[in-house]
Write a protein that binds this ligand. Structure first.
Ligand SMILES: C[S@@+](CC[C@H](N)C(=O)[O-])C[C@H]1O[C@@H](n2cnc3c(N)ncnc32)[C@H](O)[C@@H]1O
Length: 352
């Protein structure tokens, strides 16, 4: 099988994933893109950096998502009004056949912008993942009885930093400020986490090697282009979380996760220090991941009952990126617990 077949396969796989996870529009667009690639159309040129690379590399780089998001990004601008009209908007599902016909014809004129967009991995910042992380934070607060200091790796624009300011609906149950502008509904199954706990977050910080500056309109457009365009509820939640992050002056430090953990994360007496991340671990290279595990082990070795350390992660295993789990380890003790199996965007949680 040639590398082009691998790319076609990857586009079709991503089409299925999009359809399965609720984006019929992106599913259809990716199917058109796969057919175009097979026919030697303009998609072949856009995917040229991934010709001849392994399936693993295509998957790791999320090349199909880069491609489909690049066209969403194009459709969001004022420069392509006809394309914008064929995209989903105002609750209408969009017309993928027309959208693809128009988008394909726009490639020569907008090649530079499309290629520039695709040069970086998707920086989706999904605020609904807070609905998964919440149970972990509550579990740490309950287990330690201490206020929390939270440190996030790969935070993108920081939409999950203010998780304790949102309202959550976990099936019939709820948690958080009833007046919150950001409301996170989660389709919940299994037992509930300790929803009677109200943790006090006394410090929070986050890093990303390429933070999204929400005050910059171009960066905000780029961020919203990673939200699948027919998922109107996701878009509305993202916008509400962006408004809150801007109002609260959320700052994401520009740093590599390993350097940042080594220099910024310290334990503190009288507080539980929580290092957390979601859909981040697959991106740094292996030496960085090894270094992070070492840095985490060093922090763990310093943990005491008065200054505990927790590692909370919402991540998939390397061989199945669609199978996301929430895991928690708290030191002293250091027993790893699988708390939940979850939807990659946080739409559902099966609490264990
Ligand atoms: C898919 S996004 C997830 C963002 C966010 N955690 C969420 O769940 O919505 C992955 C993020 O990890 C960041 N990233 C990748 N490698 C990194 C590294 N070595 N250090 C810091 N951030 C990194 C990327 O820039 C990107 O913003």
């Amino acid at each position: 099988m040639t590398a082009d077949h691998d790319l076609v396969h990857a586009l079709r796989l991503q089409a299925e994933v999009c359809r399965e996870f609720g984006s019929a529009f992106n599913g259809a667009m990716l199917a058109h893109m796969a057919a175009d690639l097979e026919a030697g159309g303009p998609v072949a040129e856009l995917l040229a950096p991934w010709r001849g690379v392994s399936r693993q590399k295509i998957l790791h780089d999320a090349a199909p998502l880069r491609l489909v998001n690049a066209f969403t990004h194009l459709a969001m601008g004022e420069e392509t009004p006809e394309l914008a009209r064929a995209y989903p908007r105002d609750g209408a599902p969009g017309d993928p056949a027309t959208a693809w016909r128009l988008a394909r014809a726009l490639v020569p004129e907008h090649r530079a912008a499309l290629t520039a967009f695709m040069a970086h991995e998707p920086q989706t910042n999904e605020v609904r993942r807070s609905g998964v992380l919440l149970g972990g934070f509550l579990t740490v607060a309950q287990a330690t009885g201490l206020p929390l200091r939270t440190f996030e790796l790969g935070a993108s624009a920081g939409l999950n930093l203010l998780w304790d300011r949102f309202r959550y609906r976990l099936g019939e149950a709820s948690w958080g400020d009833p007046a919150a502008a950001v409301v996170i509904p989660v389709d919940w199954s299994g037992p509930l986490p300790p929803l009677d706990i109200q943790p006090r977050v006394i410090a929070r910080a986050a890093c990303d090697r390429r933070p999204t500056d929400l005050a910059d309109l171009a960066q905000r457009r780029r961020l919203l282009a990673c939200v699948w365009p027919d998922q109107f509820d996701r878009l509305a939640r993202s916008r509400a979380a962006i408004d809150l992050a801007l109002a609260e002056g959320v700052v994401i430090e520009s740093a590599d996760a390993l350097d940042w953990v080594r220099t910024r994360v310290r334990l503190q007496d009288g507080a539980a220090t929580v290092l957390y991340h979601s859909i981040f671990w697959q991106y740094p290279p292996q030496p960085t991941r090894d270094g992070l595990e070492l840095a985490i082990a060093e922090l763990a070795a310093q943990a005491t009952v008065r200054s505990p350390f927790a590692w909370l992660r919402m991540e998939p295993p390397a061989d199945n990126l669609a199978m996301v789990r929430l895991d928690l380890t708290i030191w002293p003790g250091g027993e790893s617990r699988r708390l939940a199996e979850v939807h990659p965007h946080g739409a559902w949680v099966r609490w264990l």
